[in-house]
Design a protein around this ligand. Structure first.
Ligand SMILES: Cc1ncc(COP(=O)(O)O)c(C=O)c1O
Length: 379
């Protein structure tokens, strides 16, 4: 077919990028009594459900302590505050991430320093980490993108050698593992998001910080409540970063199902991997040895990305580009003096990635429709 001949319209079946209603319908009987109990108690802030959820989440993430908070973004801010980073300090991170990673660093008056990514995993290329360390470097913030952990052995080695803090941006990776160590159990802090599209999605915004260190835990709790241990007496300036009681109760119900949902996503991923392996224009996700991913996203690298996305839409299939513009190319970070060409691997990824539906409730018919539509596009 010539480039000018339009492709015939593809067969259609509704496959949204995410379908939260189906999951909620299955859980409604469990959730509504819990919501009613909290509402009846009217203990809306710092109710017992918050502490209960924190205990369960800490256990799940292999951490001694966990502090619920208002969002994944606020989890990152709280961690940066609790670990004592000061304006002007440098934090090494990836240019290929959701904005909040770098936005949080910037908002604390810190300087983000980028290192390019590994082309297979989309995570920090840890081989390049040490070259980015200088006398102002105080922390490394690896991001476990799409649900797969960054190479933590090297991150921790470099951090130990140069006395740096490690803050895991595990917003997309709750339950993900590397050599059996869960995301959020290895760094000084692990930061999680309960944005509704996450594998553990809340009824609105929510987040969590994990730590193995008791002193950090005490600081996180204090900073979450305006920096005061005792009401109206403030040792330092914190913020209102609390997790609502209702949110914690809702998340406790969902946490019990999380491993089953992860398993469903892995099964769907295995189906895509197998079905798309011979499509030359498509590269399926690469999972590094020792990693067990939770597939918060199933992200392909594809040729003619934008055209494929339009074609999928015509066929009723939702998809998304996470992320179309790297952090060093964002207008708000122009003052860092970097731009196109500085992190070529990340920039190439931004031009090629496409995430397709992966949630556990997808039917075989829907999965097959996605695969057949992709194949038809390249045929
Ligand atoms: C990698 C990453 N970091 C941080 C965040 C921020 O989380 P939230 O949206 O809960 O503030 C997200 C959320 O999408 C994320 O994907």
């Amino acid at each position: 077919m010539s480039a000018t001949t339009p492709k015939p319209a593809p067969p259609k079946l509704d496959v949204p990028l995410l379908d939260l209603k189906t999951q909620y319908a299955a859980l409604k009987g469990e959730i509504l009594p819990v919501v009613e109990r909290v509402l009846d108690s009217q203990y809306m802030i710092n109710g017992p459900e918050v502490g209960e959820f924190e205990c369960q989440a800490a256990g799940y993430c292999g951490a001694k302590f966990a502090v619920g908070c208002s969002s994944g973004t606020d989890a990152l801010i709280l961690a940066l505050m609790a670990l004592g980073l000061k304006p002007g300090d440098e934090v090494i991170t990836t240019p290929f991430t959701f904005f909040a990673t770098v936005g949080s660093i910037h908002r604390q008056g810190l300087k983000p320093v980028f290192v390019d990514i590994d082309p297979d995993t989309f995570n920090l290329d840890t081989e390049q980490l040490e070259a980015a360390v200088n006398e102002k470097t105080r922390a490394i913030m690896p991001v476990h993108l799409f649900g797969q952990m960054a190479d933590m052995d090297t991150v921790l080695d470099v951090a130990e050698k140069h006395d740096l803090k490690v803050i895991e941006d595990a917003a997309q990776a709750i339950g993900s593992k590397q050599n059996d160590a869960p995301a959020g159990s290895l760094g000084d802090c692990g930061c999680f998001s309960f944005f509704p599209s996450k594998n553990l999605g809340g009824a609105g915004d929510g987040g969590l910080v994990t730590t193995q260190d008791e002193e950090t835990y005490e600081r996180l709790k204090m900073l979450r409540m305006h920096g005061g241990k005792n009401r109206y007496y403030h040792d330092e300036v914190g913020g209102n970063f609390r997790l609502d009681t209702l949110q914690a109760a809702y998340l406790s119900v969902k946490l019990k199902h999380l491993d089953t949902w992860h398993e469903g996503r892995r099964k769907n991923a295995a189906f895509y991997d197998e079905s798309l392996k011979d499509v030359a224009q498509v590269k399926t996700p690469v999972i590094a040895e020792g990693n067990q991913t939770i597939y918060n996203q199933y992200t392909l690298r594809v040729e003619q990305r934008d055209e494929l996305q339009t074609y999928l839409k015509e066929a009723g299939i939702g998809s998304a580009v996470y992320y179309p513009l790297c952090m060093h190319e964002q207008k708000c970070f122009a003052h860092l003096g970097q731009g196109p060409g500085d992190f070529p691997i990340a920039e190439q990824a931004a031009g090629e990635v496409l995430s397709v539906p992966i949630y556990p409730e997808l039917s075989e018919e829907q999965l097959t429709h996605v695969v057949e539509t992709i194949k038809r596009f390249y045929a």
